[in-house]
Design a protein around this ligand. Structure first.
Ligand code: PGA
Length: 264
């Protein structure tokens, strides 16, 4: 059975002191669960100090963003090469980056390749906007996002990728509408189908697919119960240690229930 992955995306919140305080609270409230992987994605500035403080039996770090070239005259950028000792994962293609920073399918493809090249596992975010959903384009949008982003990888490298399905309209930043489990299940199945066609059934089965979009301590169990869903990417609720600890606990309970039932 795959380990459930719970990722905290702190976005552009928390300075070094605040991040350290939150980490200590999380450390207090979250026990080490063997089958649950908890990943924290603070701002780039905070990665270094947090990497020294973190208890690696409980938490892993993720970058929220980096530049796809390894070094050079790119004023203001931080490369995946610079992050490779600090983080295990990197979020790539988050909708806020696609929308606010004009990241294209190709930019995201280059970032996924740069992360892999630097031994960092990408958490690739995909998802349709409200307009695309209304226009019936969800399938094609997600298909294009997946196919382009993974274009430069071998099947072996694909197995290191985590995919997060985050419908843009369900993210708290963009309206936070509630996504229905049925809809999420369909898209997750479609993502596996696309990967299966490109890289084979085993890769498709093994790849971890998360759900993200207004996940909180109340909704997490419903989302984790969606067939094919291997975890959650959490934004605003991850800034509150009680909420985030409750989310991790719910993930643990869910995982345990599935083991008892013999699923997965
Ligand atoms: P949210 O954010 O949980 O605040 O909706 C999720 C995300 O943007 O990854």
């Amino acid at each position: 059975m795959k380990r459930t992955l719970v990722v905290a995306n702190w976005k552009m919140n928390l300075n070094t002191h605040e991040a350290s305080t939150l980490l200590h609270r999380l450390h207090e409230y979250i026990p080490a669960h063997r089958d649950i992987e908890v990943v924290l994605a603070p701002s780039t500035l905070v990665l270094q100090p947090l990497s020294i403080e973190i208890d690696r039996r409980k938490f892993r770090l993720a970058a929220q963003n980096a530049y796809h070239r390894d070094s050079g005259a790119f004023t203001g950028e931080v490369s995946y090469t610079m992050l490779r000792e600090l983080v295990h994962y990197a979020i790539v293609g988050h909708s806020e980056r696609r929308i606010y920073f004009n990241e294209t399918l190709e930019t995201i493809r280059d970032k996924v390749a740069a992360a892999i090249r630097n031994d960092i596992d990408p958490i690739l975010c995909v998802g349709e906007t409200k307009q695309e959903r209304t226009d019936g384009e969800t399938k094609i949008v997600i298909h294009d996002q997946i196919v382009t982003a993974l274009a430069h990888l071998t099947s072996e490298e694909i197995s290191r990728v985590v995919i997060a399905y985050e419908p843009v309209w369900a993210i708290s930043t963009f309206g936070g509408e509630v996504a229905k489990p049925d809809d999420i299940e369909k898209v997750i199945a479609q993502i596996r189908h696309t990967i299966s066609e490109l890289y084979g059934a085993t890769v498709a089965e093994d790849i971890r697919i998360l759900y993200g979009g207004s996940v909180d301590e109340n909704s997490v169990t419903t989302y984790l119960a969606v067939p094919g869903c291997d975890g959650a990417l959490v934004g605003s609720a991850s800034l509150n240690y009680r909420k985030f600890a409750a989310i991790v606990e719910a993930a643990y309970q869910q995982h345990y229930t599935e083991i008892i039932r013999g699923d997965g």
